[in-house]
Design a binder for this molecule. Structure first.
Ligand code: 13P
Length: 232
């Protein structure tokens, strides 16, 4: 459980949403963001443009579906609640309509192991859930199933969901997956690319685990790293 005070989390949520739009990962009032707190989560309000959103606009929700705040919670509060409740290994749920991930999702196509970086979502592929209307329990149930043993999934005819420990990691993972989606869409122009095998992907997943790949350097937790040179 994150020990970060609520007011910092609220302010970081606003910054993360604005950053998501600034770097082209999302647009308009699409997308939403949540962060775990004791017995519930903080979540972005529905339909409020991120440039106008202030930390006080963030809604506090319980896992019992009650909320406090001056706005209604995101229309997608159900999948934020259900994912955070079912996946204690993650603190953050980020949802975006990023262009290339959504391009694949409108074809109901996930991202196969055409490139080793697919492992950033924790497995050998990134699934796409079947379509369900936004804001519904059906969408939440389908998203949760597509996220089984994964930290990301595409939502059919809709967008992308990414899970992470922190806002920074959520943005990093979303950018990597959007980039993979872009590469896959381009690769498909030449034909369906060959896939890495289960064995090759298992090696990648193990290598990423050993190297804490993609995480800011933390010499205490990384087991496979060159030795630090002794200074004279
Ligand atoms: P909200 O503004 O209600 O969060 O909805 C945006 C969205 O992307 C719905 O899927």
């Amino acid at each position: 459980m994150s020990q970060v005070p609520f007011h910092i989390l609220r302010s970081d949520m606003v910054k993360t949403c604005r950053e998501m739009n600034r770097i082209g990962l999302n647009q308009g009032t699409s997308g939403n963001l949540s962060h775990r707190i004791p017995d519930g989560f903080l979540i972005t309000p529905t339909s409020l443009p991120y440039e106008r959103m202030e930390p006080e606009d963030i809604v506090v929700m319980g896992f019992d579906a009650t909320f406090e705040g001056r706005h209604r919670p995101s229309s997608e509060w159900r999948f934020h609640r259900d994912i955070l409740r079912a996946r204690p290994d993650h603190n953050v749920v980020l949802h975006t309509h990023s262009t290339y991930a959504t391009t694949l999702a409108v074809h109901e196509r996930g991202i196969p192991a055409f490139h080793y970086m697919v492992a950033v979502a924790g497995g050998t592929d990134i699934r796409c859930s079947p379509y369900a209307c936004f804001g519904t329990q059906d969408l939440s149930d389908l998203a949760l199933a597509a996220l089984q043993d994964r930290s990301a999934c595409l939502l059919g005819h809709h967008g992308l969901i990414v899970l992470a420990d922190t806002f920074e990691r959520a943005l990093w993972r979303a950018v990597e997956i959007e980039t993979l989606a872009k590469m896959y869409v381009h690769a498909l122009a030449v034909g369906e690319p060959p896939r890495l095998t289960e064995t090759q992907m298992a090696q990648v997943i193990e290598q990423m685990r050993r190297m804490s790949y993609g995480q800011a350097p933390d010499l205490d937790t990384v087991t496979d790293t060159p030795k630090v040179r002794a200074t004279a």
